[in-house]
Write a protein that binds this ligand. Structure first.
Ligand code: MTE
Length: 330
């Protein structure tokens, strides 16, 4: 394990911090950009923080937040640039190419928007997006996102723990799993004409995973509301699992007693398991999982980073899987 542990927080070892060459070239690029743009550019680069500490790009509506105090919620890694987070996406409802979501998700209508909460809960109901935005205080969390394809990003999300919503709907004793159903509307989503997946895109967690404070409902990033291509107006973020577990543009949350099937499991059961915890020791049949490429660091001197057990969140989430064979439950 390449971790230094300290009271539940995980620090990357120095070799995992952005290589000096990458950092220096980025600084040179920023200085050149500021010079080229003159005072306007300088103002942009020092824009006031939308969420404590993280400058907002100023493209979308602000979504103010305070830094989260949840253990492990703010990693030390440098956040991936906004331009990369919003232009290199997986959102198959808008096409399978990484550039497709940014190109096509403009057609997604994010208002009005409701989320239906149903199944094994004492207080089912329909939550309007405006009510969800007010449900709990907005927090900024800087999470690593590791995609099963071998790349990773560091994203300053804005939102709150999924448990805030779950507590309010009061799961019954029969609620063992939580299923997330995302929007599937042919009028807005050109990718639905493809049969790569069965639509709608569905994902699920065990109830105790969903209740973990690091499991997050995200409404924004970089101090602003989510761009459509990143799953507006709300999405799940489960930082210790491969990115596909984090469903975008959620419309329904269902509490059930049996383990539900998920879209990727249905599409290729030998490749994608229900758990899909980030695990450098268990390879995907087509992709090794021991290292990763950090998006935005593909310069000449960039090297692959070692992938961390549970994406570096082992001190916080390891106990959820105590005694489980993680090769079997992949
Ligand atoms: N959610 C929906 N509805 N549709 C998708 O295709 N792709 C998943 C996940 N959520 C996907 C989805 C995958 S594979 C990843 S890696 C992440 O979203 C990517 O999130 P990002 O584009 O914000 O980085």
């Amino acid at each position: 394990m390449h971790l230094l542990r300290d009271r539940g927080y995980t620090h990357p070892v120095p070799s995992e911090i952005t290589p000096r060459s990458v950092y220096l070239s980025r600084r040179r690029w920023m200085a050149a950009g500021a010079a080229a743009l003159g005072t306007a550019g300088a103002a942009l680069l020092s824009a006031p923080a939308g969420a404590q500490g993280t400058p907002r790009p100023g493209r979308l509506a602000p979504l103010p937040a305070t830094r989260s105090s949840v253990a492990g919620a703010v990693v030390m890694d440098r956040p991936t640039p906004y331009a990369d987070i919003t232009s290199y996406n997986n959102f198959y409802e808008f096409g399978t190419d990484k550039a497709d979501p940014a190109r096509h998700a403009g057609s997604l209508k994010t208002r009005p928007w409701t989320v239906q909460v149903e199944g094994e809960v004492a207080r089912p109901g329909t939550f309007d997006i405006e009510a969800l935005l007010r449900l709990a205080p907005m927090e900024e969390r800087i999470y690593r996102l590791r995609c099963v394809e071998g790349w990773s990003m560091v994203v300053p999300w804005v939102g709150y723990s999924l448990s805030e919503l779950i507590r309010r709907v009061e799961p019954t004793g029969n609620a063992k799993f939580v299923q997330f159903v995302t929007l599937a509307d042919r009028k807005q989503m050109p990718g639905l004409s493809s049969s790569v997946l069965d639509w709608p895109y569905v994902e699920a967690l065990r109830l105790d995973e969903a209740m973990h404070p690091l499991a997050m409902l995200a409404f924004g990033l970089y101090g602003e509301v989510l761009p459509n291509q990143n799953g507006a107006p709300l999405r799940l973020v489960v930082p210790w699992k491969y990115g596909f577990k984090s469903g975008k543009s959620i419309v329904r949350i269902r509490f059930v007693d049996k383990q539900p099937k998920t879209s990727w499991e249905l599409a290729a059961p030998h490749e994608y398991g229900f758990y899909s915890n980030v695990n450098p020791n268990v390879d995907h049949p087509r992709w090794g999982q021991s290292t990763e490429r950090r998006i935005g660091e593909d310069g000449l001197f960039a090297r692959k980073r070692p992938t961390l057990m549970f994406n570096g969140y082992e001190p916080q989430v390891g106990p959820l899987y105590a005694g489980m064979d993680l090769r079997k439950f992949f």
